[in-house]
Design a protein around this ligand. Structure first.
Ligand code: ADP
Ligand code: MG
Length: 611
């Protein structure tokens, strides 16, 4: 084929693919435009996971009729004129790509009016083809209506997750902006039902309570302003974080904003978690909204088409500022409880007293066991399993020993989620802290997180029962009535079918109220009302899993399992460990956290300086 220039519609579709990955990216761009336009109220409506409808209505500056067609041209923006402007960009948008990209792949309609105009203007674009603008009766502000998103890009449609998942991602992204901008009143409806609303009065904790629930209120600590000696020059950190009692199994409730822009940046996450240090249990993550302000020239926002990532000129300083502010906030709220961020390395201590430095073995990748065997508080999963590095004497069954040795040696860096390795037969010795089961295995000692272990057992049972279509339901004589928050109710509506297929029978019972008529028999003996709320909270925040059904199963397994801190009898622990041994992937729970840690015979000997 000879070289040819692509026509505009093809170019538009290709460009749209970069900027608009999924419904949530379209929605994010629209909300950012409303904020850039100075809106103080923003209403969002979503239908059918965003492919039915995404509509954003604001009371911002509006677009003058004469400029309306321009707004839909690529690289047309009112926010930037010269390259230099990009170095100090203060608005959320600047690329002039969002509206044309969305309009290229949807049935799109824009209505806008400025305060100076007496009428508004409608502009429709159907899959990239613009119709002539028409005058329309309108209040000042802008309304963007997007229908049938990706209707002309079937390949993109195919890659979308189920409507429930896409909706959750969308709600999470508007919630993020509502949390960062408590001075703007957000109202969100999903499939014609209210999802959440903030009052726009400027109280950031009130906004968080409206979105994440009342438990946030008493737990939120405002990040204090640092005095001159502690502050990092040029970087200010504000916002709030929650006391360590309020944590999540995921990092979705920890949001970072840089100059008003919601960003994903792992070093900042880790810096913040480090400030919590040992106050967090392994696998739990803090909740909070952190607003960072710095000279726009010190950050590059143009490294990613959707502007979700940023590059800092000096990332370490930003991380330090975050960590210090959080540490100060926590220690003011809880004097004497927040330890210094340094770990005491027990191994080094031993070496000292024997005057015989132990060889540093980076291959174990582990901090001193004695210091914090269950994690270092950064939220990074500790290595769940240490491969045996030499044959172990005196094992009862040589065949098993060989198999275990082979299995453990074959895998240098185990990836817990995808490694269905058997567990050796374990002898339960006892329980620590009402949370960890200590057991002896073929090679050394095993520490099992009873909650994660039970979660794995429950999750696989739910899946197996579903596959065999032998769900054992336990009906209630009197239905249990449970009141839900808006967000919980929305999650319930999106998950009714999935909850049903894993053995629940839950019906609508009134406004924001449901009746539980039956639950899976395997969950017997727990207060399912409370647990249902926890399940729905997790689902409202997006859940984890391959599919929505999977997300529902994982969440149900997690929140109906034995909890940490629950004393178990020896018999119960043996039973749990025996059940764990039977599972297909005994080494991680449904959320991917390790169920067990292993301290090999060799490691024990090294720690006790026997070799
Ligand atoms: P960008 O935001 O990068 O400038 P967009 O394609 O998102 O590009 O928008 C193009 C232009 O349309 C903006 O620069 C702005 O002038 C105008 N615009 C878009 N949405 C709104 C809105 N909700 N209110 C006022 N003006 C808007
Ligand atoms: Mg924009």
């Amino acid at each position: 084929m000879p070289i040819r220039l692509l026509d505009d519609r093809v170019i538009g579709k290709i460009a749209a693919g970069e900027v608009i990955e999924r419904p949530a990216s379209a929605l994010k761009e629209l909300v950012e435009n409303s904020l850039d336009a100075g809106a103080t109220t923003i209403s969002v409506a979503i239908q059918k996971g965003g492919t039915g409808l995404i509509e954003v209505v604001d009371n911002g500056s509006g677009i003058p009729a004469a400029e309306l067609p321009l707004a839909l041209q690529r690289h047309a923006t009112s926010k930037l004129t010269a390259w230099d402007d990009l170095q100090r960009i203060a608005s959320l948008g600047f690329r002039g790509e969002a509206l044309p990209s969305i309009a290229a792949v949807s049935d799109f309609s824009l209505r806008s009016r400025t305060v100076d105009e007496s009428v508004g203007t409608d502009l429709d674009v159907v899959y990239g083809v613009a119709r002539p603008p028409r005058p329309a009766a309108a209040v000042p502000g802008t309304r963007v209506t997007v229908r049938d998103l990706f209707g002309n890009v079937p390949a993109r449609r195919k890659f979308l997750r189920q409507a429930g998942t896409e909706t959750a991602i969308m709600v999470r992204s508007i919630a993020a902006y509502a949390l960062a901008r408590p001075d703007v009143a957000f109202q969100v409806t999903v499939d014609d039902r209210r999802s959440f609303a903030t009052d726009g009065r400027g109280d950031e904790v009130a906004a968080a309570v409206a979105i994440w629930g009342t438990e946030i209120g008493p737990a939120a600590i405002a990040l204090p302003e640092l005095d001159e000696s502690a502050a990092v020059p040029g970087i200010s950190v504000a916002g709030w974080i929650a006391l360590p009692e309020i944590t999540r199994s995921h990092r979705n409730s920890l949001l970072f904003f840089v100059n008003g822009r919601w960003v994903q940046n792992r070093p900042l996450l880790f810096a913040l978690e480090e400030a919590y240090h040992s106050l967090l249990m392994v696998g739990r993550h803090p909740v909070g909204v952190i607003r960072i302000a710095l000279d726009p020239a010190m950050v590059d926002v143009n490294v990613h088409p959707t502007k979700a990532e940023v590059k800092f000129v000096d990332e370490r300083s930003v991380a330090r500022a975050v960590s210090r502010a959080a540490h100060r906030g926590l220690s003011e709220a809880r004097p004497n409880e927040v330890p210094e961020v340094h770990l005491r390395d027990l191994r080094r201590g031993v070496a000292h007293s024997t005057n015989q430095p132990l060889p540093f073995r980076p291959s174990t990748g582990q901090r001193a066991w004695g210091a914090s065997p269950l994690g270092d508080g950064t939220g990074l999963a500790p290595r769940p399993f240490e491969p045996t590095d030499r044959p172990v004497e005196g094992l009862p069954v040589p065949g098993v020993r060989a198999a275990v040795a082979a299995a453990t040696q074959a895998e240098p860096e185990p990836d817990v989620a995808f490694n269905p390795r058997p567990v050796p037969v374990l002898r339960v010795l006892g329980q620590v802290n009402g949370t960890y089961i200590i057991a002896e295995g073929l090679d050394g000692m095993f520490m099992i997180d009873q909650h994660a272990a039970h979660e794995r057992v429950m999750y696989e049972r739910i899946l197996a029962d579903m596959q065999d279509k032998r769900i054992d339901r336990q009906p209630f004589l009197d239905p249990m009535i449970v009141e839900l928050t808006d967000m919980q109710y929305g999650a319930f509506e999106r998950s009714t079918a999935e909850l049903e297929s894993i053995g629940f029978q839950i019906e609508e019972f009134g406004p924001q109220t449901v009746a539980i008529r039956a639950m899976p028999a395997m969950m017997r003996g727990i207060n399912i009302g409370d647990r249902l709320r926890l399940i729905l909270d997790e689902l409202a925040e997006g859940g984890t899993g391959e599919s929505w059904l999977d997300a529902v199963a994982i969440s149900a397994a997690c929140h109906t399992s034995i909890r940490a801190g629950q004393a178990l009898s020896l018999a119960e622990m043996r039973e749990l460990v025996a059940q764990l041994e039977q599972t297909e992937q005994p080494r991680a729970c449904g959320h991917g956290r390790p169920t067990m840690l292993h301290m090999s015979q060799g490691e024990l000997e090294r720690q006790f300086s026997r070799r």
